[in-house]
Design a protein around this ligand. Sequence first.
Ligand code: FEO
Ligand code: CA
Ligand code: CA
Ligand code: CA
Length: 709
Amino acid sequence: MTERPRLLPLLGPAGHGGRDAMTCIYRCGNACAHPVPNESDNPYFGDVVQAEVTRRGVVRAGAVGALVLGFGGAAAGALAGSPAMAAPGNGSSPALPEVDSFTPARRPGNAALTFKPIPPNKLDTLVVPNGYDHSVVIRWGDPVLSGAPELDVQRQTAARQSQQFGYNNDFVGVLPLDRKGERALLVVNHEYTNENLMFPNFTTFDAMSVEQVRVAMAAHGLSVVELERVGESGEWKPVRKGKLKYNRRITAHTTKFDFTGPAAGSAWLKTAADPKGRTAIGTLNNCAGGITPWGTVLSGEENFNQYFVGGDGAPETLKPKLARYGITTTARYPADSRKWERADERFDLAKHPNEAHRFGWIVEVDPFDPEAKPRKHTALGRFKHEGANVIVAKDERVVAYMGDDERFDYLYKFVSDKKFKKGDSWTAREHNLTLLESGTLYVAKLDQTSADEIDGSGKLPTDGAFNGRGKWIKLVRGNTSYVPGMTAADVLTFTRQAGDAVGATKMDRPEDVEPSLLTGKVYVALTNNTNRGVGTNPKADEANPRTNNKHGHVLELVEDRGDNTSETFAWSVPIVCGDPTDASTYFAGYDKTKVSPISCPDNVAFDGSGNLWIATDGNALGSNDGLFATAIEGPERGHLKQFLTVPLGAETCGPFITTDNRSVFVAVQHPGELSGASLENPASNWPDGDFAKPGVVVTWRLDGDVVGS
Ligand code: FEO
Ligand code: CA
Ligand code: CA
Ligand code: CA
């Protein structure tokens, strides 16, 4: 691939919002072209893990009790002489680093966001502010496992891809691996594949070989990659030498997952391949995620529906349940089907109707134990999970916040039965690994304060805010269902219908939902919903205040008494996205002449100072997607500034800001995903100047100072 590709005309119809039609097809199976799946008539209205222990219980004595920051800083520097990491207990299973927490409380006030915002642009490159640099940490096809081959698109096989970095990286988590902030584990989701940009001479899914289908399956899933800091800078790169004992690939077609929780073993999960309903093969469409305080990664299985065919041949009684999840039940093939059943018949619902129920869960992966089987936690419900983010509540139970990314779908939270166990023992770690197996699942209902004034224009009500009170409606706890006519297994497997039954509030595509570990307040990216108020669809309401919501908004939840287990909360909309010259936009009352235009908020994250970072997907203002940041407390609240843009056709994912504020990671997903593009004729040359490759980027300050200040 030495020939410089030419610029492409847009050959296909435009997609929805700011999305290219190719994104609509590949990423979510053209979900927006399908009817809204929610036809219900419900009204729209740690400081701790220090275990030096393997999962097999081999304990190694070591220093404990020291407070250490995961990523540099004075505390870590002072302890630089301490043992960096426990040696593998039995020579095969690595132990945990001595960090005070994998999700440490963040410290306010030491890093104002003073970077100069970059302008919107359509450049085929990654743009960062003056004074910053960036590099590609890892890209599609780079070796992950020891001895893996380099990418060769002419000779790609499933076996090669299973050892290499997957496609379309989305969630990015970076977990400290030592006390000095010199080594870390990068954990990344691979949401989906762009076959036309991956395979030579691609024409149609039908024309792909079965081996190519398996390559696509192997390019899904997750990657775990050991990183090392470059010198003293904020730059990180993969460790390439020696035995890569943590590095791991999880795929859609080979990795086995244990089901946990009340729906594990239920009739809904039993298939020919797994008559006990307890072990799923593979994970699909892993989108956003989160790092738990005990050092695991949660990953959301999102648009799993698009991988299945044969819904028309499923039992009639099951069809409404499948359709509520966007599965086509009126034809054998959904539009633009990937035809995976050609490689594995479990993707044919006419033969294996329950197989679809084995996806749509929150997955937990322990990156510190490459041999640990990942798990799908049924207690957290089944929907198009964007991701899950955990906070330890005041009473030490853990709370996971989650969104169902579909037009007019819902917000959820899970409260564990058991308490988070602090401490340095292997029993604490083993205990914490069970926290997401039992608890209470809630769905959100938002009440309005100014309902009469909401006209869909985005005009602020006279009380000065889109705001109100809200309730977490209990759906299920353990084996007890609170939804009439549904068992606990029903509620957990068909959680959307449970939300319908209790009158949950229909939202404008809830994507990432993440609590600030500094304040406990929760931020929800509502990416867009161009169906809002259109035709017979639900009208604008105070929590989703714009008709034809092209640019999305951000919701803030404040749980009563500052208690994340509370069943009541207050909510408001601090950011209504768009061009700030557009009267319908709002930036927490900040001077709109000073904020950057933003469209389609998707992934959110917090830096070490508690600032909110927002990545976009589908910019409907004509610019490339990007990463933005704003303070969310104090006088700078709403002063949103653009930090970077990604190349042509890409969406900005991750993001992840290390707690020392020295490194900002983003995932560049689907670069060059524009109509008419192919491997031979790419619409983006990023990152290597030949054909487009999704990849993870790290950004840092050239002068070595912290990001923002
Ligand atoms: Fe995969 Fe909802 O974004
Ligand atoms: Ca109001
Ligand atoms: Ca997303
Ligand atoms: Ca996030």
